[in-house]
Design a protein around this ligand. Structure first.
Ligand SMILES: [Fe+2]
Ligand SMILES: [Fe+2]
Length: 190
């Protein structure tokens, strides 16, 4: 075994990388739930950033692939519904802020949604990628996602943060654009 499931730096294959991100997302939920003050704020920000990167990678790589298989459209529509709901909840949490008395309950509800969603992806979608792409292509996608993760902004622009009521239009969008560009390059799109 050259890699561990949570080792996102050295994982070579995009399926392994997405699984490792699921594990990291689960850990960040736990960290945010079981800390307070600045620690909670930091864990939550990292969680939002990782979710933005991860879901964009899935929208670009995983879902279009699964649509090609018989019955795939239904599977993808279910996942997209879950992702939309999670993004709405995430946006509400961002507006609330980590100090809000309702924050923990809302974060816990989002955690349940996201982990259920991740299990469904692992069960119904991820193996399809290995049927559709060569090991080389899967490595290329992993490299693109990792590169995007490295260069994506770590902190929302302060002006955007205070001015925006909806992070999906601000920092979240900046991260997703970056990930999209790098995946398009890996796929050979112009
Ligand atoms: Fe997803
Ligand atoms: Fe996922």
């Amino acid at each position: 075994m050259q890699t561990t499931p949570t080792d996102t730096q050295t994982t070579q294959d995009v399926v392994d990388l997405l699984r490792a991100q699921h594990a990291r997302i689960r850990d960040l939920f736990d960290e945010a739930l079981h800390s307070d003050g600045q620690d909670r704020e930091n864990s939550f920000k990292e969680l939002v950033r990782l979710l933005a990167i991860h879901e964009t990678a899935e929208e670009e790589i995983v879902h279009p692939t699964v649509r090609k298989i018989p019955g795939g459209d239904g599977i993808v529509e279910d996942r997209l519904t879950e992702e939309r709901q999670a993004k709405e909840r995430l946006s509400e949490l961002e507006d609330m802020g980590t100090g809000d008395p309702r924050f923990l309950k809302a974060l816990d509800a989002l955690r349940l949604d996201v982990l259920t969603h991740a299990r469904a992806e692992e069960r119904y979608e991820f193996d399809r990628l290995r049927e559709q792409f060569s090991p080389q292509q899967l490595k290329g996608f992993a490299a693109a996602v990792r590169a995007a993760e490295k260069t994506a902004p770590t902190h929302p622009h302060p002006g955007v943060e205070s001015a925006s009521k909806n992070m999906l239009a601000g920092p979240f969008a900046a991260v997703t654009d970056r990930v999209r560009d790098m995946i398009h390059k890996a796929r050979g799109d112009s």
